[in-house]
Design a protein. Structure first.
Length: 84
């Protein structure tokens, strides 16, 4: 599955993820994956520098009811890692 964030989701900032411990803000463009394992790709802002095509791999603590962005983004992450 690969799904892009809609303009409506972007306007509501549903695509934004902030990771406090790294002071990282990711503006997601799309999510791909299946089951509990996904990768979100977008533009990361770290220390006022912007990085395009930044990827965060993550594993959900539970399986989503349906593989939609709404369901996937509402579930907490078990772990995550930055892909370079």
């Amino acid at each position: 599955m690969k799904e892009y964030f809609t303009q409506q989701q972007i306007e509501k900032e549903f695509n934004k993820i902030y990771i406090e411990e790294d002071d990282l803000l990711l503006e997601g463009e799309f999510v791909k994956g299946e089951g509990k394992h996904y990768i979100i790709t977008g533009i990361a802002t770290i220390e006022n520098e912007r990085y395009h095509d930044f990827e965060i791999e993550f594993n959900l603590i539970d399986f989503p009811k349906e593989e939609t962005l709404d369901n996937i983004m509402d579930i907490d992450w078990e772990w995550y890692d930055y892909l370079c």
